[in-house]
Design a protein around this ligand. Structure first.
Ligand code: HC1
Ligand code: SF4
Length: 580
């Protein structure tokens, strides 16, 4: 333990703590820019390059970056002397000197960390502006917009893409004034191994990496009297949307969200959670099918079976594990199952022709935009899900439509595609898909009632989790990984013959979808992910039905249309294949 003094306060911290960490413990909020350290995940960037967090340390001539200077015994630190404040202001002015001043039209306006610092440092003029701006590329993909003239070289995206996700799509290229962050050889992201997970967008402090915005297109459809516009909302959105309206992280806003969507003019408001229940029926049946054959001694069965509901994860294994494409479940994601059922079963029931039906999804995710665009999810060019809107885009629409979100009453989803069990709800957090699958697999496999549905063993935020579940004497071994780096580790082990699992859940984003690239920005605040996960477990615990196979509308869908899981029509509408 080390005792030091910061701004006149004594504090004792563990050895190895930085000045920034020590100050934070006593509520001193030193400004940072390049630094990020999201506890509970491996999202971390600490190049100590921006120099915004400098402080004065007694006895040292130079100001010290607090994010990388370790505390020492008896150290005396001052975080807000005039010298420190002026230094920070000059650093910010220098960054701004190579940054466009188009804040008014920037998609990050109001949520930009550089803008916040300019305000905090009282910057009223730009003393270093007027020179040439470094030339950098712009690119619009299905999910992500890259506007590199706004890049400030914090390197957060590079850390997250290379170290956390191990995708390696973004890195610094060239030198000096011409440096830029881009795929190798300055290629486009669309030509790189980018999975569109959107984690680079989630950590970018400025407007260099943002989501592709589909809200204008949506408003046109909503205003078109010839279109029936329906919407599905992903599980993780309800646990985070409130943050955009000043509510505490972890506030559940399911009912307000449904009300707001009706106010926006959607004809029917449905729930992706319904499709999550449907996913469990299909994926759970695949699991049971493979397990039974395996236990019967069928040597051709490939295990473990991997979940397939995360499109960034699908993209990742298609690129990096082309030799293992027969392992993942073939179940489409709930987003795509919903679209496919909405444009077949539901549209037929309602007598709405496919071309007059727009299916929109509200997702915490940017990869879902890319997923809608995959050709195997289109019929004659018409997509099953027309487009996907992120949680942040939905918040912007609600504000634009003058809806006083926090004062809204609760409203219920429409049926039949709006009913879900608690199992569907927890899909939005890492471990949730596994827990939902276990609840059904257990009952179907053992023929017994599962009294306690809470599989605490698979919950939490550690990067890789393992559990063994006893099914009538058979030990089912499951694994859970979130973050593509963790997923890569598991897959490489399997490729090298060290396979200890029967079923594995993988989600690309740290935390699962609650930490998705389309969620309200966490700005490095670590408690946000825990609060969102707890919110989903709370919603699950309040549901009367908590096992997917008990959803009455799912039963009805099989009775009226699909026959049974893995039937010919289920295979056609609810399953997919993979490419390399
Ligand atoms: Fe997810 Fe899923 S949980 S992938 O994170 O399987 O996006 O929320 O909608 O499709 O259900 C995302 C969330 C979401 C799908 C479901
Ligand atoms: Fe999207 Fe969820 Fe996958 Fe992240 S974990 S890429 S939010 S589906």
């Amino acid at each position: 333990q080390i005792t030091l003094q910061i701004d006149g306060h004594f504090i004792t911290v563990p050895e190895g703590s930085t000045i920034l960490e020590a100050a934070c413990k006593i509520g001193i909020d030193i400004p940072t820019l390049c630094h990020i350290d999201l506890k509970g995940t491996c999202i971390k960037n600490n190049p100590a390059s921006c120099r915004i967090c400098v402080v004065e340390v007694a006895g040292r001539r130079n100001l010290a970056p607090s994010c990388s200077t370790p505390c020492t015994e008896g150290m005396v630190v001052k975080t807000s002397t005039l010298r420190v404040m002026n230094a920070r202001k000059i650093v910010a002015e220098l960054i701004l000197s190579d940054h466009p001043n188009d804040c008014l039209t920037c998609p990050k306006c109001g949520d930009c960390e550089l803008q916040t610092l300019a305000l905090r440092f009282n910057i009223r003029e730009m003393p270093f502006n007027g020179g040439e701006l470094s030339p950098r590329k712009r690119e619009v993909t299905s999910s992500i917009v890259r506007n590199m003239d706004k890049c400030i070289f914090c390197r957060r995206c590079e850390s997250v893409c290379n170290e956390v996700q191990t995708v390696g799509a973004l890195g610094a290229i060239r030198r000096g004034f011409n440096t830029t962050i881009a795929p190798a050889f300055d290629k486009m992201m669309t030509e790189s191994e980018c999975t569109y997970c959107g984690q680079c967008v989630a950590v970018c402090p400025v407007g260099a990496l943002t989501e592709r915005d589909h809200t204008n297109r949506l408003l046109e459809d909503l205003a078109n009297p010839d279109k029936t516009v329906i919407v599905q909302t992903a599980p993780a959105v309800r646990a985070a949307l409130g943050e955009e309206f000043g509510l505490k992280p972890g506030t559940l806003v399911t009912g307000k969200m449904v009300y707001a969507l009706r106010e926006l003019g959607f004809d029917y408001v449905f729930d992706t959670d319904f499709a999550a229940d449907l996913t469990i029926m299909e994926e759970g049946s695949e699991i049971l099918n493979r397990l039974t054959r395996y236990l019967d001694g069928d040597k051709s069965v490939r295990l473990p079976i991997l979940t397939s509901c995360c499109p960034a994860w699908v993209n990742f294994f298609e690129h990096h594990f082309p030799d293992m494409l027969d392992i993942p479940s073939t179940a489409r994601s709930p987003q795509q199952m919903f679209g496919s059922i909405a444009k077949s079963y539901w549209a037929e029931k309602m007598g709405i022709p496919r071309e007059k039906l727009t299916v929109v999804s509200i997702m915490p995710c940017l990869a879902k935009k890319y997923e809608c665009d995959r050709h195997e999810f289109k019929t004659d060019g018409n997509p099953d899900v027309d487009y996907s809107i992120s949680t942040r885009e939905l918040a912007r629409l609600i504000k634009r439509a003058n809806i006083g979100f926090t004062l809204l009453p609760d409203s219920e989803f429409d049926n039949p595609l709006g009913e879900s069990t608690g199992a569907g709800v927890i899909f939005g957090t890492t471990g949730g898909v596994m827990e939902a699958a276990l609840r059904s697999v257990y009952e179907i496999y053992t023929g017994k009632i599962l009294e306690d549905v809470n599989f605490e063993q698979v919950r939490g935020l550690s990067g890789v989790r393992r559990a063994t579940i006893n099914l009538n004497g058979f030990d089912l071994k499951v694994g859970i990984a979130h973050g593509l780096g963790n997923a890569r580790q598991l897959l490489e082990d399997i490729r090298n013959g060290h396979n200890e699992y029967h079923v594995i859940e993988i989600m690309a984003c740290p935390g699962g979808c609650i930490g998705g690239g389309g969620q309200p920005l966490h700005h490095g605040k670590s408690d946000v992910l825990y609060a969102r996960a707890n919110a989903l477990y709370r919603e699950d615990s309040k549901k009367q039905l908590r096992k997917s196979h008990n959803n009455p509308y799912i039963k009805q869908l099989y009775e009226e249309y699909l026959d049974k899981p893995l039937s010919e029509i289920s295979e056609k509408l609810l399953h997919t294949h993979y490419f390399n």
